[in-house]
Ligand binder design. Structure first.
Ligand code: F6R
Length: 616
């Protein structure tokens, strides 16, 4: 949440900072601001409520003086409404320091009272402003921005990334991070700071990952890292393996449309090199031995939102393939209920961003309880993988649209690999089934591509449903988490009442929501094999139809029984039940995007949301 950019170098800082903010806008978009330090020792600030475009328009009308050092911020409000005065940067009382912040300073009330008692006048309602005033006061002591930042961090509680510039030091940006992301970009005589690498991907792919409680100083000479304790330290260098094209729309109207179309490749990339010629899953990079996997007697999956839905699907797969009990829990609830964990528990943390605070806190709780933590993440260098015992990276490439699509499918692919690996190393009874499933998994990208080629009818159905005041989604078995995911996509994109239900639960209450014409999207399992499941959902379809619902069924191609009962059908290629979510989720993504477009919504940046949720 909140995008942060810092730059020192030879280029025009306003151009570099605005370019970075454009790429980070998905992290928050209710206001934006910039501070530039000019060579003659002034800090020029502009900040505006609303999207980055408002700031850009203001800067076009009233350009700031030339500068090669600056910071910029795009906000997702926590303390104080989105407004010009609450937008970042904030300044110290003497105006000599400008500061931006991502996170929440939990002891800001006490610090604010202390500063006000000393005569400081506050200009905003934010928690951030206390840090600006404290930094101004500490900087006045010795004129050393890094030392001043170190002393300020010792006083702050909570989660924060801070970047600051000082008017007297036109070539330096100082950053600090605790529980909130910050990476360093390494150019040639120029250095960058960003909430993630997207901030500087136009300029360099070489980066440094910072650790917890670290302070970083960039100037034209280089980068210096130290701990909050003042001791010199080092970050971990890494190269970004995607380029600028990945962060552009590439001819699509929206990032979401582009990312939906990238799904076959993203899933193929996630599987690549992880299944050897003998059909064994190779997960060397997870840093867990086969014996470690054999020692596990319970799996807990923790995640939020869409990633949680990937976890729900995984539970069905892991329990069936391995016979190990598997629980799935919303990360935000996990540590508050004292779950039973020990050394033989594997906690799988799923997080696209690798920064979600709820999931990070669940990981830390699990580690405190001595459980082993394996994270599944899309973001190299992010906090959750760094703090986990082991990591399996999805290879979706950067996901810019706030609504997750390709990250979800690649999470499923990675989770299937973990489940199948567990099954293989433990030698379970469904060995034949596991090897057949592996073949099917490898075939999945081609089938996903086929689903994507045939989305026109889905778009038409979405437009027809745009007048409805609610849409319900029903499913059984792995179709249930897919129903939840379809409803989440529609809620977040179209701002429409949408709910996913286990189809069997409808009759226990929710069926009263059905009125004449209510669209009900049913995720129907394959009629082959588990026909009992198929029979049951056909009954559920009949129940809602009898009450006036308009049923859109997502079913396997050639499923004549479903076609006879549903009003409309969306066919997906045949697939084993457990892998079907890789296919059935895709039309629901497109349905939500198209319906939201028909309602005039902002597809890539839905209201009130942000891509990377770094507060609890
Ligand atoms: C919905 C969506 C969110 C995220 C959730 C977790 O489309 O994107 O629900 O899935 O905020 O984010 P990560 O996976 O980054 O931990």
């Amino acid at each position: 949440m909140c995008g942060i950019v810092g730059y020192v170098g030879r280029r025009s800082a306003v151009d570099v900072v605005l370019d970075g903010l454009r790429r980070l806008e998905y992290r928050g978009y209710d206001s934006a601001g910039i501070a530039l330090v000019s060579a003659d020792g002034r800090i020029e600030v502009d900040k505006r409520a609303g999207k980055l475009a408002n700031l850009e328009a203001a800067l076009a009308e009233h350009p700031l003086p030339e500068s090669t050092c600056g910071i910029g911020h795009t906000r997702w409000a926590t303390h104080g409404v989105p407004s010009d005065r609450n937008a970042h940067p904030h300044r110290s009382a003497d105006g000599r320091i400008s500061l931006i912040h991502n996170g929440i300073i939990e002891n800001f009330g006490q610090l604010r009272a202390e500063l006000e008692a000393n005569g400081v006048e506050f200009l905003s309602d934010t928690d951030t402003e206390v840090a600006a005033h404290l930094l101004g006061r500490e900087y006045a002591v010795d004129g050393d921005l890094t030392e001043a930042m170190t002393r300020v961090c010792a006083r702050l509680e909570g989660a924060f990334t801070l970047l600051a510039v000082a008017a007297d030091d036109p070539d330096t940006v100082v950053g600090a991070r605790r529980n909130s992301p910050l990476v360093v970009g390494l150019g040639d005589g120029e250095y960058f700071l960003g909430s993630d690498v997207a901030a500087f991907i136009s300029y360099t792919t070489e980066a440094i990952e910072l650790g917890q409680d670290q302070i970083v100083t960039i100037d034209r000479e280089g980068v210096a890292v130290r701990g909050f304790d003042g001791q010199a330290s080092e970050g971990k260098p890494f190269s970004v393996d995607w380029d600028i094209a990945a962060a552009e729309k590439g001819g699509y109207d929206t990032f979401m449309a582009k990312e939906i179309h990238e799904q076959p490749q993203a899933v193929a990339d996630t599987l690549r090199g992880r299944i050897d010629e003998a059909g064994q899953i190779v997960l060397d990079e997870v840093r867990m031995s086969d014996q470690d996997f054999r020692d596990i007697d319970k799996v807990f999956i923790v995640a939020c939102g869409t990633s949680y839905h990937a976890g729900l699907v995984t539970k069905y797969a892991i329990e069936h393939w391995t016979r190990i009990p598997c629980e799935v829990e919303l990360a935000s609830e996990f540590r508050y209920r004292d779950p039973v964990l020990d050394r033989s528990t594997l906690v799988v943390a799923i997080s696209q961003s690798g920064e979600t605070m709820d999931t990070l806190m669940a990981v830390r709780h699990a580690k405190d309880q001595k459980a082993r933590v394996l994270s599944i993440s899309n973001t190299v260098g992010s906090t959750i993988p760094r703090e986990s015992d082991a990591v399996l990276y999805t290879r979706a490439g950067i996901e810019v649209a706030v609504a997750s699509t390709k990250a979800f499918l690649t999470q499923l692919a990675a989770c299937y690999l973990v489940g199948l690996h567990l099954a293989q190393v433990r030698g379970i009874k469904y060995a034949d089934e596991v090897s057949a499933i592996l073949d099917e998994l490898v075939a999945a990208p081609g089938k996903i591509a086929k689903v994507i080629e045939n989305l026109d009818p889905v778009r038409e159905m979405a437009r027809e449903s745009a007048g409805s005041d609610r849409v319900l989604f029903i499913g059984r078995h792995v179709g249930y988490p897919v129903a939840l995911e379809g409803a989440l996509k529609l809620k977040e994109l179209a701002y429409l009442h949408a709910e996913g239900f286990a189809a069997g639960e409808l009759k226990h209450g929710p069926i009263s929501l059905i009125e004449a014409g209510t669209p009900v999207i049913a995720i129907v399992p394959s009629p082959r094999g588990r026909s009992l499941l198929h029979d049951k959902i056909i009954s559920n379809i009949q129940e809602v139809k009898a009450r006036g619902a308009k049923v859109i069924a997502v079913c396997e191609e050639g499923d004549k029984i479903t076609a006879a009962h549903a009003d409309l059908v969306i066919e997906t290629p045949a697939s084993p039940t457990l892998l079907a979510p890789l296919l059935t989720a895709v039309p629901l993504q497109e349905f939500a995007a198209e319906l939201a477009t028909a309602l005039g919504r902002d597809i890539d940046q839905p209201r009130n949301l942000a891509k990377s949720v770094t507060v609890e």
